[in-house]
Design a protein around this ligand. Structure first.
Ligand code: 3PG
Ligand code: MG
Length: 402
């Protein structure tokens, strides 16, 4: 059980630090998907409405302990302000002069966003004492911590873990919502229960496959990771993404799925291209004949084929519970977006409980123009939701346990 805030009204005039995950994708300082900002609004709004002095903290990208303009949260402050319809002050550092000055003049109801936590080496340091020292400096600004960055709860970092031990800390609205959904996926999910996995690397998904196999009915595999599965079945994959060192492991999964009676669906056809580019020449071939395409052994698989997309969609439509993480192909390029689009469409149409697991798949459904309301839930946590489903203990949640 997580500690949650009983009454926000008790926070009037209190300095409340809110740890959000405002790690949004940017292109030339323009936010290309503001999903995580929107998901953070309920907690921020409630605190501000209750008259708290709201201090928002977050990371963005992976700067390594020093400021880098391209990872600045400044564009996020502007968007946050637009969405709240209220001014949001921005401090150009996290614990320095700018932060101190902004906060010195902050009054009840005001919102201040501090610059990227990861501009400070203490945030993600491997050294506990460095993380603690940084956490103490942040803690000086606040009376209470509301932890609401669901997307980052799998990281043992200063603002996620150590800070929550120093200040009285509570889970926010977003974390509560996300956990409610994930619990539905783990405690007695309605069946058939289908998991769709994609994305580039099978090595990122080993734990989740291992742990989910005994719990699900169908596993659909697409994206770059599929080629390691095809290779595990003895097929040749040209120049497609392949993690040779994982083939044996994947052969183990294939055998395990069989013995558990889990239906493992691999694509029967693949869209191959001559290069990794939006304008690449491409054609569809059976997945058993990738090197017989006109590109020979330099063919690169960039999407699941249309037949597979239909088959995957059918499996999703006939399921009562569906969790999807990872695109089926290079959806950023129109020619290779069909697999991802068909799977997203099926999730949006299924009567079953449908959950899109964060990161790239969440960005994909928005980019491809689906309405968010068509899904039961779009998670803000890619890695975090996967690790939750893996049954791993998540430091940022552990620390909020009663
Ligand atoms: C994410 O995008 O996965 C979260 O914001 C966590 O970021 P990280 O993977 O860089 O720790
Ligand atoms: Mg990540």
């Amino acid at each position: 059980m997580l500690r949650t805030l009983g009454a926000y009204s008790d926070l009037k005039g209190k300095r409340v630090i809110v740890r959000c995950d405002l790690n949004v994708p940017l292109e030339n300082s323009k936010i290309t998907d503001d999903g995580r900002i929107r998901a953070s609004l309920p907690t921020i709004k409630k605190l501000s409405d209750a008259g708290a002095i709201v201090i928002v903290i977050s990371h963005l990208g992976r700067p390594e302990g020093t400021p880098e303009k391209k990872y600045s949260l400044e564009p996020v402050a502007a968007r946050l302000s637009e969405l709240l319809g209220k001014s949001v002050a921005f401090a150009t550092d996290t614990i320095g002069t700018s932060a101190r000055e902004k906060l010195a003049s902050a009054s009840g109801g005001s919102i201040t966003l501090l610059e990227n936590l990861r501009f400070n080496p203490g945030e993600a340091s491997k050294d506990l004492s460095e993380r603690e020292a940084f956490a103490r400096q942040i803690a000086d600004f606040g009376d209470v911590l509301v932890s609401d960055g669901f997307g980052v709860v799998h990281r043992k970092q200063a603002s996620v873990y150590e800070l929550a031990k120093i200040l009285p800390s509570y889970a926010g609205e977003l974390i509560s919502t996300e956990l409610g959904v994930l619990e539905k996926l783990t405690v007695a999910p309605e069946r058939p229960y289908t998991v769709v996995l994609g994305g580039s690397k099978v090595s990122d998904k080993l734990g989740v496959i291992e742990n989910l196999l005994p719990k699900i009915n169908k596993l659909l595999i697409g994206g770059g990771m599929v080629f390691t599965f095809l290779a595990a079945n003895g097929l040749r994959v040209g120049k497609s993404l392949l993690e040779e060192d994982q083939i044996e492991k994947v052969q183990g999964f294939i055998a395990k799925a069989k013995s558990l009676g889990v239906e493992l669906l691999l694509p029967k056809d693949i869209v191959v291209a001559d290069k990794f580019a939006a304008n690449a020449k491409h054609e569809t071939v059976p997945s058993s004949a990738i090197e017989q395409s006109s590109f020979g052994d330099s063919a690169i698989g960039l999407d699941i084929g249309p037949e597979s997309a239909k088959e995957f969609a059918q499996a999703v439509l006939s399921s009562k519970t569906v969790f999807w993480n990872g695109p089926m192909g290079v959806f950023e390029f129109d020619s290779f977006a069909n697999g991802t689009r068909e799977v997203a469409k099926a999730l949006s149409e299924t009567d079953g409980f449908s959950v899109v697991g964060g990161g790239d798949s969440a960005a994909a459904v928005r980019k491809l123009g689906f309405s968010e309301n068509a899904f039961d839930h779009i998670s803000t946590g890619g890695g975090a939701s996967l690790e939750f489903l893996e049954g791993k203990s998540l430091p940022g949640l552990e620390v909020l346990n009663v």
